[in-house]
Design a protein around this ligand. Structure first.
Ligand code: ADP
Ligand code: ASP
Ligand code: MG
Length: 696
């Protein structure tokens, strides 16, 4: 059985009713149907007003005309005559102003629907809800609690009595109480009627058709940015409904929940939209569902309720609600309260309630507007391409950072920086993923044009100290950022730790680093498997792009030198290249002649290398190429910087290193050192570090 309830606006006029008829016919093609309908829009209010009026004739005529106009549009000939006569009969009853006058609206609308469906050739039966739905006596015209089991039995009997009926039509909202008086189920009660009919059928397909696409994150008439909630638990739907989401009458949830029936809220004006499914399965993740509000006209205050599927952290929710309100200039009238960390309440004056709901909705349900940043990538090599890949994969959106990256261009052209200087908007970001020796000369003009700079290129930092200082000064003068965290240790948080340690905690006393991926690769490979000769390993490193064109540049410690310069300056030490003592890992004879000569010499000397390794093994030591900066009052500048092979024992953080791993040890005063260890290589990692610099 399909139970379909249509609300007042769904049957407001002939056009809307025709749409409803199409929806019913589509369902009737699949299964038997019970149609439950509200009165036409505004009818219940009109009847209530009529009951109060001294001279209601004019209002009664207006309401009658509305119904007759619908009948004229939907019917012709004999059907029109019969339906009109039926309608006029009901109106003559209305003219006598019987008690519970508002109960007639649903009778009027459903009689029209039933006659139309029957005219279309469906075996149709109108059911009188007043005789089927039984309640305890209630207050005034609203009945007391529904006697569900008894009611279900009566409904089942009525259905069983008409086995050949395809479509039943029943008025919503109205019922009878145990003293046989007509009563209503309360305003909005047609939803409840539908759930009761569904419960009587056991497992029914319960659909509530209205004028919005389901239960939304808040009333879309107040906040146009409201979104449909695809699925929610009975509990959340019940709470949103009872705290003011008028789209669903709260008691509706009870029989559905008790019988395990899903409630599907649909939009009559957009039948293809799947709407909301309310079911027993609460979402597995904690999440916010919606915000509703209840006005109290007497005190002029409004209770706002934020509902989640939880339990959700209370402290942070309180804070978010209060901040959202205060940002909107709204002072709450009481403290934020919660109910089991599922519903969160705050009260405001009704005259600001719309703004308050909008503010809370914005905070919890709307994507914050992202600030757009124009990004230019210089260098379309492995790192630049990986960075582009990350940005593209995210569609440029980084909501956690509140940023949307607009990747304007990635280029390896020599003139690219000049082009950016000429065309970029202020606050753009220029990313140097090149290994150019000269590109840093464009940084000052870039910053003067208001362009921020992120670089992963060590050569842009390992420049004479006065030039380095000028870049720093240009950044601060022009209000730009100049970030280069990936120049040492790739994505490892080395530079930030050094900078932090230099500023706080009494300064750095010593930094030791094994930062040259190339040399690590060779050295650790050599003392690892021992299956490859030194020359073979070096060749392979060269093939993998880990070394410079002449691998001797790496062996000479050039790359380690650049890193040590950057590290030292970050620690506040004004180091120049000439201040660093470098002892290359091979003797001077290796640095003479061509690369071929060099490889030949390596092969010749292999027996010596092996012998040396064996000696070290005997001693339980290993060789590491270590760059270090150590506080030394006797050294010029107070620090001694050197790069050389060191023997380390098993107690050293440098002992266990494999592949291209980096290890940096930072000593602060007397405290235990900070050891940062991890992957020092890889374009994707570098790109992620650069991205962090762009977004931070
Ligand atoms: P019907 O006549 O179909 O029963 P109602 O007027 O009772 O319709 O309920 C639908 C209305 O509920 C919508 O038009 C909308 O303005 C209002 N509403 C309030 N809160 C919500 C919400 N959270 N989601 C959707 N609609 C809501
Ligand atoms: N017609 C009734 C009302 O306006 C019931 C309903 O629409 O659900 O309250
Ligand atoms: Mg309603």
């Amino acid at each position: 059985m399909i139970v379909m309830k249509f609300g007042g606006s769904s049957v407001a006029n002939a056009t809307a009713m025709s749409r409803v008829l199409d929806i019913i016919e589509e369902a009737a093609a699949r299964d038997r149907v019970i149609v439950v309908s509200s009165a036409i829009s505004g009818c219940t209010d009109a009847l209530l007003a009529i009951a109060r009026e001294q001279d209601p004739e004019k209002a009664i005529n207006a309401l009658q005309d509305k119904h007759l106009a619908i009948i004229r549009r939907l019917f012709t000939g004999k059907e029109r005559e019969e339906t009109t006569a039926d309608c006029l009969d009901t109106f003559s009853e209305i003219r006598r102003i019987p008690p519970v006058l508002e109960s007639y609206g649903e009778v009027l609308s459903t009689r029209i629907l039933a006659r139309k469906l029957s005219g279309e050739g469906y075996a149709t039966k109108w059911l009188d809800s007043r005789e089927l739905i039984l309640t305890e006596p209630g207050e005034g015209s609203v009945g007391g609690p529904v006697r569900l089991e008894h009611t279900c039995e009566r409904i089942r009997k009525a259905l069983d009595a008409s086995p050949s009926t395809r479509i039943f039509v029943a008025p919503g909202f109205i019922a009878g109480d145990t003293s046989r008086r007509v009563i209503t189920l309360g305003r909005g009660g047609s939803d409840y009627s539908a759930a009761i009919f569904a419960a009587a059928c056991g497992k029914a397909d319960l659909q509530i058709w209205t004028d919005v696409p389901g239960i939304m994150t808040t009333n879309p008439k107040v906040v146009p940015a409201a979104r449909t909630i695809a699925t929610m638990s009975y509990r959340a739907a019940f709470d949103m409904a009872r705290y003011g989401a008028k789209v669903l009458y709260a008691p509706t949830v009870v029989p559905a929940r008790d019988k395990g029936i899903d409630i599907n809220i649909r939009n009559t004006f957009d039948p293809a939209n799947p709407g909301t499914v309310i079911c027993g399965k609460a979402s597995e993740v904690r999440e916010w569902k919606g915000v509703a509000n209840l006005d109290d006209p007497i005190s002029g205050t409004t209770l706002i309720c934020l509902t989640g599927e939880g339990p959700i952290n209370a402290e942070s929710t309180y804070r978010r609600i209060l901040t959202a309100l205060s940002d909107a200039g709204i002072r709450p009238l009481d403290e934020v309260r919660d109910e089991d960390c599922l519903n969160f309440f705050v009260t405001v004056r009704t005259n600001v309630s719309r703004a308050a709901v909008a503010a809370i909705h914005r905070e919890f349900f709307e994507e914050r507007a992202l600030t757009t940043v124009d990004v230019y990538i210089a260098g379309a090599g492995a790192v630049g391409t990986a960075l582009k890949g990350i940005i593209d994969a995210a569609g440029g959106k980084f909501p956690d950072a509140g940023r949307q990256i607009n990747l304007v261009e990635i280029s390896s052209d020599r003139g690219f920086a000049d082009k950016v200087i000429a065309t970029a908007r202020r606050r753009s970001v220029f990313v140097d993923c090149t290994n150019s020796k000269e590109i840093w000369r464009k940084f000052v003009p870039l910053m003067q044009a208001g362009v921020n700079i992120v670089t992963s290129n060590r050569r842009s930092l390992a420049i004479p100290y006065p030039d380095y200082a000028a870049l720093k000064a240009a950044a601060s003068e022009n209000g730009c950022f100049f970030r280069y965290d990936t120049t040492v240790g790739n994505a490892l948080p080395i530079l930030e730790s050094v900078a932090g340690g230099a500023r706080f905690g009494g300064g750095i006393t010593c930094i030791e680093a094994v930062v040259s991926c190339t040399l690590n690769y060779i050295i650790t490979g050599y003392d690892g498997t021992r299956s490859d000769s030194f020359a073979t390993l070096l060749k392979r490193a060269q093939e993998e792009g880990l070394t410079e064109k002449d691998p001797r540049t790496d062996l000479a410690g050039k790359d380690a030198l650049r890193k040590l310069l950057i590290l030292s300056r970050e620690a506040g030490v004004k180091l120049e290249e000439k201040d660093v003592e470098i002892i290359p890992m091979l003797g001077p004879e290796f640095f003479e002649g061509s690369v071929e000569d060099f490889y030949r010499k390596l092969v010749e000397d292999e027996p010596y290398f092996i012998k040396r390794e064996d000696e070290l093994d005997e001693m339980g030591m290993r060789q590491r190429f270590v760059a270090s900066l150590r506080r030394d009052p006797s050294a010029p500048g107070g620090f001694k910087a050197e790069i050389r092979m060191k023997l380390v024992g098993v107690e050293s953080p440098f002992y266990w290193i494999s592949g291209t791993e980096n290890v940096t040890v930072i000593h602060y005063g007397e405290s235990l050192p900070l050891v940062i260890k991890g992957a020092g290589e890889g374009a994707a990692l570098a790109a992620s570090g650069i991205l962090r610099n762009i977004l931070q």
